[in-house]
Structure formats: C-alpha cells, structure tokens
Design a protein around this ligand. Structure first.
Ligand code: ATP
Length: 600
C-alpha cells in the first residue's frame, strides 16, 4: 500500500504534480537548457534519451511536440503564434515592468527568451511546479483562441503562465508562441532517442521510422511505443486525414540505364513542375497537404471541389502535382505563376485568375484500406477506376514500356509540351512513404556544361563582402546539404555570384530574423561565416560540376576530402514546402558526382 494512502491521502484528489514522477515544466526546461548548449548530435541524443527516460506514457507526445515548439503534430495547422508585441506586453504585465523597459532590453539582447528570464528573476521563483501537461494545455488554449478579443485572451493566458515559472522556464516558455524555440532537433534525432530510451538501443529504430513515414506524427509514435510497445508501433498504418511522407525520386542519366535498373520495364509519366498536393477525402471533407506535410486545404478551393465532384469513393488518399493554367488558352503557366497560389489571402479571387489543375499520379488509400503495399500497377488500376472525368483532377494514365526508344520519345514529348521531363517508376514497387530510392527515377532536361539536375541547398550563414555592394550585406552565402544518416547539415559551397541586389536584400531580411550567435546544432562546418543562421532557408542551386574539396564537409570522412559545387548559382528560393531536411542529401550528391560525366 502506498504510504500516502496509508496516512489517509487519496491519490485521485492530489494535483498531478504531487503524484510520483510527473514531469514539471521546470524539469523540462532544464533539459531544454542543456539541449540548447550543445551542438554535438551525440550529446543531443544523450540528453534526449535521459529526458525520455523520465517521461510517463501520457507525457511523451506532449514532450515530443514541445521540443519542436508545438502543441500538435507538424501537419496540424495549430499555431500558438503570438506577435512580438503581444509577447512583450505579456512579459511586461507578468513581471510588472514598463513595456518600454522590455522593449529596451529586447533591443540589447535580441531574444525575448532572455528578456523574460532576466525580468522574472526578480520574482525569485526557484523552480516551476507547473507540470508539462498543465503548460501544454494552457498553450493549446492559446492556440485555440480566435475571434474577437483573441489577442487579449492569448496575452492573459501567457501572463498567467509566466507568473508561475522560474527564469529558465520563462525563457523557453516565451519562445514557444514566438516560434523561436532554438533547439534545432530534427525528427530522426527524436526517433533515435525514443528507441534508446524505450528499447535500450537503436536496433529496432527502422520500425519507428516506418511508422513515422506512414503517420508523420512523432507524438503518436512515442505514445504508442510507451503504451503498447514495438508491436503497437508496427501496427500503426496510413489513415485518411494524416499525411503520408512523400515518396521521392532518384536520378539516373539515361533511359537505358533506367530500364536496366528496373529489370526491363518502366511506367513512364510526365513530370510536372508545380507543387505537390496530397489529397485526403473523407466523406464530405477534403484536406490537402504539401510535400513537407503542411496543410494547404484553404489555399486550393478548386481542388477541394474537384475531389468532391470527381472522386467515386467515400475515403481516399491521392498523390498529385498541381499546376496553374490559363483557362482561356488552356495552357499551363510557368512555375513562378503556380507559386502565386501558395497564399492564404484573397484565395477565392486568385483561384479564378490562376486556376489549378492537379495531375493525380498515385493512390495510397481507398475506402478504408491502405493501398501502399500494393504494386504500382495495381494502384494505377484503382486510380483509373476511382476518379471520373478530368476537369480539375486529371488522373495520369502514363504508359508501361520496355523500349528505350519509346521512353526517349515520351521524354521529348514532355519537353515539347514545356514540361520538366519524365518520372519513370518501377511497375511492381510499393508506395514507399518517405523513401528516395530507385523505385522512382526522374529524367530531366539539362544543358551542356551543367549538372543534369539542380541541388537544393540550405543557407547556413553569410560572409560579409567588401566594396560598394557590401552596404546591403552582399558577400557570399555559406550553403550546405543534409546528411540524412547523421541528421546534420554539411557545407558544400559558398555562393557569391548570380545574386541580384534585390535577392541579397531578401536574404538579409529573412536571415536576420533567424541569425544566431554561435554555430547552430547539427551543423558540421570547417568554414566559419561572419553570421550563422538557423538552417531553414532552402535555395535551388545550379552548378557546373561537383568536385572534391578539403574545406567542405559534405561527404567528408576521416581519410577522404569532402565535395563542393563548382560555379554555383542561385536558381530560385524554394517555397515553404521545403524544410531544411528536404534539401539534397549527401547520398544524392555522391550519386550525382558519380553520374556527372555520363551523357543522356
Ligand atoms: P526536382 O527539384 O527535380 O523537382 P524534387 O526535389 O522536387 O525534385 P524529386 O523527388 O526529385 O523532388 O522529384 C519528384 C517531384 O516531382 C515530386 O515531389 C513531385 O512534386 C513532382 N512530380 C511531378 N510529376 C510527377 C509524377 N508524375 N510522379 C511523381 N512526382 C511528380
């Protein structure tokens, strides 16, 4: 019998925090503090493992979301979002200091976390007794508050929390509604930590990763693992309403190599250059998700209407690429026009001027059943049956072929139509959520003296330039790519040329918001830029060649040099549908290095 019970306490009526082992927000913030101080991935994992070894089943999901500054999985459009002004007011009210003083302090230190921490220290609250669960629920209320008086209500909720927490907690708390949580922990690192904390080592991590690729929800995986063990996680499956991590394509140089790789036959489809839309239909409700799993439902009313009208099934999930077209000439518009549709305001008006069509190339779920384990051939058969007509949703018939000549013809057709090229898919492959492998291979146009494909790089910092243009910060960008195996960003190039004054201004406006005073976690670099920024901005880069380089860390090992881009130039800023982890990976770069001298 519990001692408390023996002396007449009833555990049911005790507040959460007095029950054994419940984690307080103060304890969680202690871990945040340690995580913030380290930039080595190995120590990040050690700290996370210790953290997750101390959480209870009902806390693990909350902790997993809070680590990323959220109160819901990434794909749920739940934003705690408060403007800097609101947060400044909350700090001023909570600690009874004039707003001007908060603003002045912010001017000095440039981080509301530190401001809140300093101001709160006068209150001498030693440790935050609020539980993680309590803070989580309050933050959820902040996120759920909308309509009239919302600003005031959000502010009051934050004031209420700030008054009850110690300085370290205050620092990490205010960063959540501001979206400036700086822990820089990627999803793969959290999965590693789950595995070690709960299963003792990383041997079964693959199971967690597969579940993550199907559900996109770290919290769900954590909670299931804690509650039902590995078996429970194995049973997690695709569900309508929960985005699936997108399957991606590899590169090969020519039709012959591709057909050989596939064992003789391929399904050839046009490669459209728009943006990816995953369509979830659940009865009368349709939700859309971008390539990086953000909900984009509100941006594309015509696709919703199209899905409701054309899909002959109660529930279904499709993969598609949306493109803007000119309704008068019925011609497709260039990518720059299509991206104008990634907006939240005046959607109805813009959708009339630049309507979208979505080319549906896969189906992953139908009438209550996941289809991802069926061969492509079979999925395409279902796809053809389930969408009627081709008004807004245009099902892609594609073509099965075993002929190099036919693939070349189709490729040329695609280019003649102004498309990017082809996607060739292995006829018997499953839909491998989250994978980039040789089940899908892209064949794109290219010009002489250039690599066959562009590279998506993450800006890691910038280097001040000299001379006239330096007045607006022009110099060079230090850019990197993603090492998926190590979950870190490695440098691959400095880009100085090819940027207009306007682009430099844009970079500075965006970069200054996310600059940090030391190398961010998960960045592996030999070079030291003038200013480090958080790895968030993804740019598309074209280069002439990939060469070996001792100064860059991409692909570098103890005995071998790294790789670098020769004559890199900016093609465009990638939209919000690219997270830093969606940048080109080291593995892909090495493939491209090997292939660069082969001719198409
Ligand atoms: P790229 O920069 O070459 O467009 P990416 O990084 O966007 O590549 P990839 O995996 O290399 O992504 O290429 C696949 C992308 O092409 C998909 O994400 C999708 O947006 C788009 N796409 C266009 N048509 C198709 C199609 N028929 N099948 C699959 N993806 C298609």
């Amino acid at each position: 019998m519990s001692v408390l019970y023996a002396i007449g306490f009833n555990l049911q009526v005790l507040p959460d925090r007095l029950k054994s082992k419940v984690m307080t927000f103060g304890e969680l913030s202690g871990y945040f503090e340690k995580l913030e101080e380290t930039s080595s991935r190995l120590s990040l994992i050690d700290i996370l493992v210790e953290l997750f070894s101390h959480v209870e089943t009902n806390e693990v999901a909350k902790v997993a979301y809070l680590i990323q500054g959220r109160v819901a999985p990434f794909y749920e459009p739940v934003e705690i979002g408060m403007a800097e002004k609101g947060v400044a007011k909350a700090v001023a009210q909570a600690y009874s200091v004039p707003l001007e003083e908060v603003a002045a302090e912010y001017g000095r230190v440039g981080d509301f976390g530190k401001v809140a921490s300093r101001m709160s220290s006068k209150f001498k609250i030693q440790s935050s007794k609020l539980t993680v669960g309590e803070v989580f629920e309050e933050l959820k209320k902040v996120a759920g508050t909308s309509g009239e008086g919302a600003v005031e209500k959000k502010l009051n909720l934050l004031v209420g929390l700030l008054k009850q927490v110690d300085p370290v907690s205050a620092k990490h708390l205010v960063r959540i509604p501001l979206g400036t949580t700086r822990l820089g922990i990627g999803d793969p690192t959290v999965l590693d930590a789950f595995a070690v904390a709960k299963l003792g080592d990383k041997k079964q991590r693959k199971v967690l990763e597969e579940a993550y690729n199907k559900t996109s929800d770290l919290g769900l995986i954590g909670e299931t693992l804690w509650k039902e063990g590995l078996k429970g996680v194995e049973e997690l499956d695709v569900e309508v309403g929960r985005p699936i991590r997108s399957e991606l394509a590899e590169r090969l140089p020519d039709p012959q190599t591709i057909l050989q790789k596939f064992g003789g036959e391929a399904h050839a489809q046009y490669k459209y250059d728009g943006f990816r839309v995953q369509i979830h239909k659940n009865g009368d409700e349709v939700r859309l998700f971008s390539r990086n799993l953000e909900e984009t439902t509100a941006m594309m009313p015509e696709i919703i209407a199209g899905a409701l009208k054309q899909v002959k099934a109660a529930t279904a999930i499709f993969d598609s690429e949306a493109l803007a077209f000119n309704p008068e000439s019925d011609e497709f518009l260039p990518f720059q026009e299509t991206t104008k549709r990634r907006r939240k305001y005046n959607v109805d008006e813009v959708s009339k001027q630049i309507p979208l069509k979505s080319f549906v190339f896969d189906i992953m779920y139908l009438d209550g059943k996941p289809l991802i384990d069926l061969p492509l051939r079979e999925r395409l058969r279902r796809l053809a049956e389930v969408i009627s007509g081709d008004e807004t949703l245009v099902p892609q018939p594609g073509e099965f072929t075993d002929s190099v000549k036919r693939v070349t013809e189709l490729f040329n057709d695609a280019l003649a139509k102004g498309l990017e090229g082809l996607l060739l898919k292995k006829p018997d492959s499953k839909y491998e959520a989250g994978a980039r492998n040789f089940n899908w291979v892209k064949l794109k146009r290219h010009s002489a003296g250039e690599l066959k494909d562009t590279i998506d790089c993450v800006i890691l910092g910038y280097i001040f330039g000299r001379g006239k243009r330096a007045s607006f910060g022009a110099g060079a960008l230090l850019v990197g790519i993603y090492d998926k195996r190590k979950d870190e960003f490695v440098t691959v190039s400095k880009i100085g040329t090819g940027l207009s004054d306007e682009e430099w201004r844009e970079i500075h406006a965006r970069a200054d918001k996310i600059k940090v005073d030391h190398k961010p976690p998960r960045v592996n670099s030999i070079l030291e830029p003038s200013v480090w920024i958080k790895p968030e901005i993804v740019i598309e880069v074209l280069a002439d060649e990939i060469t070996k380089s001792p100064v860059h860390t991409a692909g570098k090992t103890d005995s071998e040099p790294g790789y670098a881009l020769r004559f890199p130039r900016l093609v465009r800023f990638r939209g919000a549908d690219r997270r830093a982890e969606d940048a080109t990976t080291v593995k892909e770069l090495l493939e491209m290095y090997k292939q660069q001298y082969k001719k198409t």
